[in-house]
Design a protein around this ligand. Structure first.
Ligand code: GDP
Ligand code: MG
Length: 166
C-alpha cells in the first residue's frame, strides 16, 4: 500500500480484510502486515490466492527500510485521496521509487474517498490519465462505503497471477 499520509491505505486494508471502517484516524506505526485469502480463477479453475498486504507508515522519505520492503513486493496499490487532488500526482514519486529498484510489478491505482465527491467527472479524467501514464488499472474506491474495495484487491490478485509464476 503506497500513498501519502491519510489517503486511506490502512482503511482500505481494514475494509478488505476485516469488513470494517473506522472514522477515527489510527496512525500506522512502522509496518502492519495483514493477510487475506481469496478465490481467483487461473486457467478456468478456482485457486486460493493468499495476499500479504504491507501497510507502511511514514511514507514521506524513501529510505533504506522502505526500499527493503518494496524489494519484496509482488504488486502495489497506489492510493490517493479524491478530496485532496494533490495526492494524485504525488503517486508518481512512488512509481519512481519502484523503478529505481528495478521492480516491474503490477500496479493498481485506488482513487479513494469517492463517497466525499459530488461530481466525479473531472477528477476521474485526471485519475484515468495518470493511471494510463503508469500503466495501472484504476478504481474509484471508498473504504467507508466499501465501494470497489473488493474489486480493487481482486483485480490486483488476478494481475499477480497473470504476471508471475506464483
Ligand atoms: P492512511 O494514513 O493512508 O493509512 O489513512 P487512513 O486509512 O488512516 O485514513 C485517514 C482518514 O481518512 C481516517 O480518518 C479515515 O477514517 C478516513 N478515510 C479513509 N478512507 C476513507 C473513505 O473512503 N471515505 C471517507 N469519507 N473517509 C475515509
Ligand atoms: Mg495508515
Amino acid at each position: 500500500m503506497l500513498g501519502e499520509f491519510s489517503v486511506g491505505k490502512t482503511s482500505l486494508v481494514r475494509r478488505f480484510v476485516y469488513e470494517r471502517f473506522d472514522d477515527a484516524y489510527i496512525s500506522t506505526v512502522g509496518v502492519k502486515v495483514s493477510r487475506k485469502t481469496i478465490a481467483v480463477t487461473r486457467n478456468d479453475t478456482l485457486v486460493d490466492l493468499t495476499m500479504m498486504l504491507w501497510d507502511l507508515a511514514g511514507s514521506e522519505e524513501f529510505d533504506q527500510l522502505q526500499a527493503s520492503y518494496l524489494r519484496g513486493s509482488a504488486g502495489a496499490i497506489l492510493v490517493c485521496d479524491l478530496s485532496r487532488p494533490e495526492t494524485l500526482p504525488e503517486l508518481l514519486s512512488y512509481v519512481d521509487n519502484l523503478k529505481a529498484l528495478g521492480l516491474d510489478i503490477p500496479l493498481a491505482l485506488a482513487a479513494n474517498k469517492v463517497d466525499l465527491i459530488q461530481d466525479i467527472g473531472a477528477r476521474e479524467a485526471d485519475v484515468a490519465a495518470l493511471a494510463e501514464q503508469i500503466n495501472a488499472a484504476y478504481f474509484l474506491t471508498s473504504a467507508k462505503s466499501g465501494d470497489a474495495v473488493e474489486y480493487l484487491f481482486r483485480e490486483l490478485g488476478q494481475a499477480l497471477l497473470r504476471q508471475t509464476s506464483l
